[in-house]
Design a protein. Sequence first.
Length: 322
Amino acid sequence: MGQHFLLTAAARTLSLASVARMSDEEARSTFQRIRWADNGGEPYCPKCGSTEHLYLPNQLRWKCRGCRHQYSVTSSTIFANRKLPVRDYLLAIAIFVNGAKGYAALQLSRDLDCQYKTAFVLSHKLREAIEAEQRGVVLAGTVEVDGAYFGGHVRQENKAEDRADRRLAEEQTGKRQVVVVVRQRGGRTITGVFKRESEGVAVVRARVAMPAIVHADEARGWDTLHAHYDMRRVNHSVEFMSQQGACTNQAESFFSRLRRSEFGIHHRISGRYLHRYAAEMGWREDHRRVSNGEQWGVVAALALHHPISREWCGYWQRGNAR
């Protein structure tokens, strides 16, 4: 039996030590090379696109000769208005991608020696950039769809005779949500968060190109997809895989990663940001056979090509924490 990819040297192409030992100039050069990779690493104005500029060494900025706009290596990106050194952001991304089941903000704050609030916002900015990249993905071929419920936990009473049936609608908190995953075999993963699993039908219709073979379980919400796709169904109360080969094992693999992230890493995921964590786990599933060095480059590029976050810029100052 061959060695698992994650245990091979090919999976380890980036060392945290090498990133931590970067000088400020090396870190800025790395950011510059990643951000302006489409121009050979040479900067151009984020406003007018002009490549004519003056470098201001005292401010570590460029000044556009066309529109006179001044910009740095992180201007107009998700890292705009930063306070940490550029090297710390490269290190944070490297630490973030190394967590196979995610990475806790508390642990990241200890690794970077920064406030928990800083690490929390930084992690969510990376998740926002990852989620934004997935919005334009269209799936085809053989696709699996499934849903799993998260949140809305009801604590049991101490005495058994006082406990209610938590499956009843009147005993629910109203915070329970379902994560719907649409996963192409050998391809990408798309996620969404809804109140009911049947609401995921619209995602499948919009993001899965016809013709396609769609595998789903016995949930009645997927019945309407029979009118549009070649459906293969499996009854999980009877078997994991039908005699015709229908299964949702790839979708279940995603939910396994998300559950372990919730229970083992974060311990609690706010329903408000559940869609961000789901998108992150979908990205990790898609890149599980990619080296950590490549993952680092991909996430850094996504962050540096994402505009300023309107949700997370000044998050704690607005009192949005819940």
